[in-house]
Design a protein around this ligand. Structure first.
Ligand code: IPE
Ligand code: IPE
Ligand code: MG
Length: 266
């Protein structure tokens, strides 16, 4: 069932009441992950410095987090800074780190009030001490919040996460805590830093690039992918809704024959 745009507006403005969930919000993804790309191109189009694009991107983050929370999506993961992004010019990296601190400062109250748990995955050791401190503080402030988990992938590399899991597992084998025969997909995934998150149902990448850029390599095995040319600073609530509606049209087979999928006509 679809409802009219005006009906959608009216309903989404009423927060925190599942009885007022907009009609189009059936079969929503449990976990949405987003590769937020295109800030630089957004700025270049306007002859502005890249950091202005990142600032506009932070405003999109606010919009999308609010929408996800209102639509009762339990897990939202945002790829904010890759391990490879450390090779960008110092000035851009510093600007991004400052923006991140600013974002946490500005949003912490909203996160606490709306029951959003904040968490970060990635190699924190490379982050400046002040950013590490701010992240730890925000994680502490929002601990136990259970309406939505907002995860930022920061200084993150999918391959590095897998290598780290393998290393930790090898150490447990060496200590006699784990026998190699017991290693299965389930056991392996427990060693991943993201083990507490369900795999994403929907991955969105903005800016027209059609690649994963070392994001969730393990976790995306059966994720539905949605690529849009829209640049991240232009990606608003309506774009997000379109991505979710596209997801709702997908037939997820997980390798099965269509006829064997529960709830679908043969
Ligand atoms: C995404 O925008 C933000 C980060 C990777 C930090 P980009 O900065 O990659 O923007 P483009 O791809 O150059 O347009
Ligand atoms: C991927 O974007 C990382 C983030 C969005 C944080 P990039 O802009 O770094 O990716 P490539 O270099 O185009 O693959
Ligand atoms: Mg990019």
């Amino acid at each position: 069932m679809r409802i009219t745009p005006s009906g959608r507006q009216d309903l989404t403005s009423q927060e925190d009441s599942s009885s007022t969930r907009p009609g189009w919000l059936w079969n929503t993804p449990r976990h949405v992950a987003i590769i937020m790309d295109g800030n630089g191109r957004w700025a270049r189009k306007r002859h502005l410095p890249r950091i202005v694009g990142h600032r506009a991107g932070a405003s999109s983050v606010r919009t999308i987090v609010t929408a996800a929370r209102t639509w009762e999506i339990p897990y939202l993961t945002l790829y904010a800074f890759s391990w490879e992004n450390w090779s960008r010019p110092r000035q851009e990296v510093d600007g991004l780190m400052n923006l991140l601190e600013e974002y946490i400062d500005n949003e912490i109250r909203t996160m606490v009030d709306r029951g959003i748990r904040f968490s970060v995955v990635g190699d924190r050791s490379r982050l400046p001490a002040s950013v590490r401190k701010k992240i730890a503080w925000a994680e502490g402030e929002t601990i136990g919040k259970d309406r939505m988990v907002l995860t930022l992938a920061l200084s993150y590399s999918g391959r590095e996460e897998i290598v780290r899991a393998a290393r930790n597992m090898a150490q447990d084998v060496q200590k006699g805590l784990l026998s190699p025969e017991k290693i299965s997909e389930t056991v392996f995934s427990r060693y991943l830093e993201t083990s507490v998150l369900p795999p994403p149902d929907l991955l969105i990448r903005t800016s027209g690039e059609v690649r994963i850029s070392n994001f969730f390599l393990w976790q995306l095995a059966y994720t539905e992918m949605y690529f849009t040319p829209t640049l991240w600073p232009d990606f608003g609530e309506e774009s997000f809704r379109q991505a979710i509606e596209d997801f709702q049209e997908r037939r997820r087979r997980f390798g099965k024959a269509d006829e064997d999928i529960e709830g679908l006509p043969g």
